[in-house]
Design a protein around this ligand. Sequence first.
Ligand code: ZN
Length: 298
Amino acid sequence: MPRKLVTATALALIAFTGAAAAQTAASPFATRKIDGTDNVYLFRYQGHQSMFIVTPKGVIATDPIGRYRPEAVTAYLAEIKKLTNQPVKYLIYSHAHFDHIAGGKPFKDQGAIVIAHKNAKTHFEWAKKQGALLDSVVMPDQVVDRKKTISLGGTTLELIYVGRNHSDSSLVMRLPKEKLIFVVDFIPIEALQFRDMPDNISPVEYEDSIKKVIALDWDRMLPGHPNAGGRLGTKKDAQDHLNYLQELSAEVKKVAPAKCTDAAMKEIKLPKYEKWGNYEQWLPGNIQRYCYWWTQSY
Ligand SMILES: [Zn+2]
């Protein structure tokens, strides 16, 4: 299980080095109000993003994105402070990976209730028993099993578990009135999955979770990392990503087991997706993942 944490570190470093480098001359952070809403914002610090909602009764914030950089949390809270004098009442973790959820203490210090999926809390408690420090993450005060709804100052936010995918603790955060969802790491917009889609979760379960997201009522998807152009995702993006996974799965199945794993990783190409982010780097890993699935059922 510690592999998860290592993987999350690698993900952040590898995926976003380019974005970070491009921003050295500019501010490392920015806040944007989501068009068509009164009070929903997307805070970006280098290559990570968090949604927050300002209400007359307090703020609902998500991922602190402060691992190895407390200045990101300082900037995040200062950006909120520019918009309201109300404190942060809730801090919600998108999933258990530290590049998204480290650094929550200043939120907790102003009274925020920290919420995560129950598998995240179980994992943290287990890891602590083994002696892991986990000192940069505030333990959740409340957990979500299948669904939890938060209401604050006229805003309703649903926290929905759609099964295991990029982690076993990913929450979809849905604003029903605004028809927005905040989805972190598991539905990349016009980009491939990270390497061999680690965390030992069946890609079939993964695909099912995306189908459940598509079945929800929403129009726009806020991602946990800025995609090229910074646009928000649509249902078409989620469907395109599901199509990509299913087409790749079918291609791998055709050549399994004879060419799994090394030859398949070299030979299979999906030109339809060659313009997507990380196509060259991560297609072989994505193929490897489906080889393991079709030949060894994991
Ligand atoms: Zn992650």
